[in-house]
Design a protein around this ligand. Structure first.
Ligand SMILES: [Cu+2]
Length: 225
């Protein structure tokens, strides 16, 4: 009786973590036991230049859709140039995402950092890092080709829909040390005024957090887990 139970439990663990819905991920790391999402940088999935998935993606930034299976995640999205990327030195989330809920998270337009201006046909890899409890991190990658004629509506138009119950907040480091207590409220006007930069990330943006609130939320998560 014990052996089947163990199999069921480990299958349950394997189906947790997260998947990349778009652009097509390098491989399904959820259902292949030779991969582990705990392995940096791409879940142990090697680059396959000849036969691997590679998606045309807008040279000005495009859509990203994740299938998240945990109650919450801190999400970081990085990009590196080349065929066999080992250095993911561009961040698409200079302010990381504090995500809540299980299901699809669609970011319909991830802008590129200003110092990244890829040429048509340039290869790159998107790395998604999902931070969880106790500082654990999960990794998945999607290989892309930057295309100047690709548009975000290639995927974003109608296909990129965030599940009900899935939301996120952009965690912004507040460097203004003179902030009053009122800035700590997510609905305070002081917090809302910092949302300009993050507002272009996605239409589902919630109010930007100040660091005070962010730390309070980290504390709350710590208490509840
Ligand atoms: Cu998991």
């Amino acid at each position: 009786m014990r052996a089947p139970l163990v199999v069921l439990v480990s299958a349950g663990l394997a189906s947790a973590h997260f998947g990349i819905e778009y652009p097509v991920w390098r491989a399904d790391s959820l259902n292949n036991e030779s991969y582990s999402q705990y392995i940096f940088p791409c879940a142990g999935v090697p680059t396959d230049l000849a036969n691997g998935n590679r998606t045309d993606w807008p040279a000005t930034g495009g859509s990203l859709s994740l299938d998240l299976h945990h109650p919450w995640s801190y999400i970081y999205i990085n990009i590196g140039l080349g065929d066999n990327v080992t250095n993911f030195n561009y961040s698409l989330t200079p302010s990381f995402l504090n995500e809540t809920g299980k299901g699809i998270l669609c970011l319909d337009h991830l802008p590129l950092p200003v110092d990244l201006a890829p040429s048509d046909g340039q290869h790159a890899t998107i790395q998604v890092v999902a931070g969880g409890k106790s500082g654990s991190a999960l990794y998945n990658c999607a290989d892309i080709t930057f295309r100047t004629n690709a548009t975000i509506t290639n995927y974003g138009n109608g296909n990129c829909t965030t599940s009900e119950g899935v939301s996120y907040q952009v965690v912004v480091e507040q460097t203004n040390t003179t902030s009053s207590a009122s800035d700590a409220s997510p609905t305070a006007s002081g917090a809302a005024s910092t949302a300009t930069g993050a507002g272009s990330l996605s239409s589902v943006n919630a109010p930007v957090l100040t660091s005070v609130v962010a730390m309070a939320m980290v504390f709350m998560y710590g208490m509840s887990s």
